[in-house]
Design a protein around this ligand. Structure first.
Ligand code: NAP
Length: 301
């Protein structure tokens, strides 16, 4: 007996993150309706998963998905895209009913999340902002961390769906609080990126054996996810994107706007935003954020 078969799920936005997230929903047995701007991706996903534990139905719009789903999840790029998918023509709001829960996992401006939630509330539809941390690996492996803003009752309804995609689901407050939680995550990620880049540039300039030093550092108080994962890539001179500079820049723009709205200066995050801008100006926005190392190297003797 499939315990999840009674809760119908929907998914809009089958990109780097969304594809793995949707696959995990189907693998856990949720009847799933999917849509994507480029519809071929939704059709291909449904055909890949045919014969699996749950029916996967590709549909041409978020509105059609919402008609069939109890919980609709979206993961698109930025605030205007979230507004288009949910409030635009053919958007989720046209198909959702009172009692539907809409969960948006995109990283966007908290003010936009609050606005979208208010529009859904007029229809008796709950909207949760639930941006994620964990990257494509976490999306594929179902180990994402969700930062959630919205009503507790709506989260309880959506919880089985989120549990199929992630390991930590944390309600942080009303609408927008999830986005503020993710913004905090990005402040810390930016700071540790800069610290590791600066440290590795210094060690290289000082002529230290970098492999041995990295092993020593990861065993001590300087250790962090950034040192382990991004530091490793720096040693390998691997600047391919796991998390692209242009994506970190979108997130830091959200962070700095929210910081201003809350009257808090974030000089560290602002500095990293400017340094990454210098790489973007060189046409390197598609590279991984660990490429920040090279900027410090260029500034060195
Ligand atoms: P992505 O690969 O660029 O995928 C974006 C998806 O959104 C695609 O399916 C795209 O459709 C769809 N989309 C974009 N704009 C749309 C619009 N106006 N209307 C309808 N559909 C639209 O992005 P991603 O890496 O999956 O990231 C998605 C979100 O998760 C972003 O907010 C990002 O900041 C956040 N995030 C990403 C990571 C990461 O490591 N990648 C980690 C944590 C959080 P098409 O297929 O037609 O282009």
């Amino acid at each position: 007996m499939n315990a999840n078969a009674s809760l119908r799920a929907g998914f809009a936005g089958l990109g780097t993150m969304g594809l793995g997230m949707a696959r995990n929903l189907a693998a856990r047995g949720f009847p799933l309706a999917v849509t994507n701007r480029t519809m071929e991706k939704a059709i291909r996903l449904a055909s890949d998963l045919a014969g699996g534990p749950a029916a996967v139905t590709p549909l041409p719009s978020p509105a059609r998905v919402a008609e069939l789903a109890d919980v609709v999840v979206s993961c698109v790029s930025d605030g205007p895209d979230v507004e288009e998918v949910h409030l635009g023509p053919g958007g989720t709001i046209e198909g959702a009913r009172p009692g539907t829960v809409v969960v948006d996992c995109s990283t966007i401006d908290p003010a936009v999340a609050r606005h979208v939630a208010a529009r859904f509330a007029e229809k008796g539809v709950a909207f949760l902002d639930a941006p994620v941390s964990g990257g494509q690996k976490g999306a594929n492996e179902g180990t994402l961390s969700f930062f959630v803003g919205g009503e507790a009752a709506a989260l309880e309804k959506a919880r089985p769906v989120l549990e199929a995609m992630g390991k930590r689901i944390t309600l942080l407050g009303p609408s927008g609080a999830g986005q503020l939680g993710k913004a905090t995550n990005q402040v810390i990620v930016a700071g540790t990126l800069a610290a590791v880049s600066e440290g590795m540039a210094f060690a290289k300039a000082a002529g230290l054996p970098l492999e041995a030093l990295h092993a020593a550092l990861t065993g001590g108080a300087a250790n962090s996810w950034a040192l382990e994962v991004l530091g490793r890539k720096m040693l390998d001179r691997d600047f391919r994107p796991a998390f692209a500079i242009k994506h970190q820049q979108k997130d830091l723009a959200i962070v700095l706007k929210a910081a201003r709205a809350n009257g808090v200066p974030l000089p560290g995050a602002a500095l990293v935003h400017q340094l990454l801008s210098a790489l973007e100006a060189k046409g390197r926005g598609e590279e991984g954020t660990q490429a920040l190392l090279t900027l410090y190297e260029e500034l060195s003797r």
